[in-house]
Design a protein around this ligand. Sequence first.
Ligand code: NAD
Length: 391
Amino acid sequence: MKILITGGAGFIGSAVIRHIIHNTEDAVVNVDKLTYAGNLENLTGVRNSERYAFEKVDICERDALKRVFTEHQPDAVMHLAAESHVDRSIDGPAAFIETNIVGTYTLLEIARQYWQRQDEARKRTFRFHHISTDEVYGDLPHPSDVVGGKLREESQNSDSQYIPASRHNHAILPLFTEETPYMPSSPYSASKASSDHLVRAWHKTYRFPILVTNCSNNYGPYHFPEKLIPLVTLNALEGKPLPIYGKGDQIRDWLYVEDHARALYKVITEGKIGETYNIGGHNEKHNIEVVKTICAILNELAPANKNAVIQKSALHIQHYESLMTFVQDRPGHDRRYAIDASKIQRELGWEPLETFESGMRKTVLWYLDNPRWYQSVKDGSYQRNRLGVLE
Ligand code: NAD
């Protein structure tokens, strides 16, 4: 197969490309505009492969996309290109509408016209896989909403005690399934929800052979340091504050990015046309717990009391946790996401290989081993400043 992958220079797209080049015989055409989030260094190690090609193209540009389809004649599309950071979508939603909605529409149309020109055999095997997020489903009840074994009528922002996910009663605290109605909260998730609807409509109306996946929060190597896990890791190493939004009691379900890449490849090769698959790691964690996990791993691998930057400063802290700083919450911040990934497990036999503990350790180690990568990101335009706060 030759797979056209959009957004292949980003965090997840580059993991998918590395997975395909290292583990299959397929070829890849990476279509990426190289926004601030796109980085070709994420593809070192595969970009010299004769099965890899790169096209610097914006998915909103019709003619450029048309040329790419004509020249490369792909057998399938995996669509990951997106504006992906919720805080940025609060400050400037326009780029999210443009790329996530208009860009997806443009790509869908060019791909559909290309598909319709193919002979019957190729038409039958062609696939368009749209990669989306669990954030489209909105907010789930939080453990602090459970009183006396029942959900309170109205979700309240009361003090929440940490209850490990293994002790959540999912009869009371539901999970997102493929049937959960859409209820997006942020400009980011609303734009992704919109793109999901377009893709499904193209199947219903034109019989265009699509697949949709909705995945929980990813973490792992090459993650752009505006997102929680790399931000906290790098700030800690530099003795900078570790921002905790609100009380840090928001719950997210975390998946190691290489597990996601394997799931996506399974779906495009074995998934059933028209279907949606939820992908998750069975790892519900409070944000504050994630930060404390990073601090504990760092304190073991690069102890704060031996960290030269910290010890040279006036900080003299003994543990990275001392850097935790509570900051104003994100407006409209969803409190809990959690995925029911039983359909993809049952129908396609996919399961995550990493636990939260093993994946987090690999991730922190990767950041410690790759200062050149994050230095180059840091030296670019992004300075890890707080975004997405309304005045
Ligand atoms: P990312 O921000 O790291 O990468 C996005 C990539 O898309 C970048 O390489 C960027 O240059 C490219 N891009 C942006 N606009 C473009 C345009 N107009 N034309 C061409 N390329 C463009 O994002 P990510 O975290 O790798 O996410 C990839 C996809 O997975 C997104 O669709 C996102 O919604 C979805 N997703 C992400 C997560 C997560 O936790 N990161 C979870 C579930 C789903």
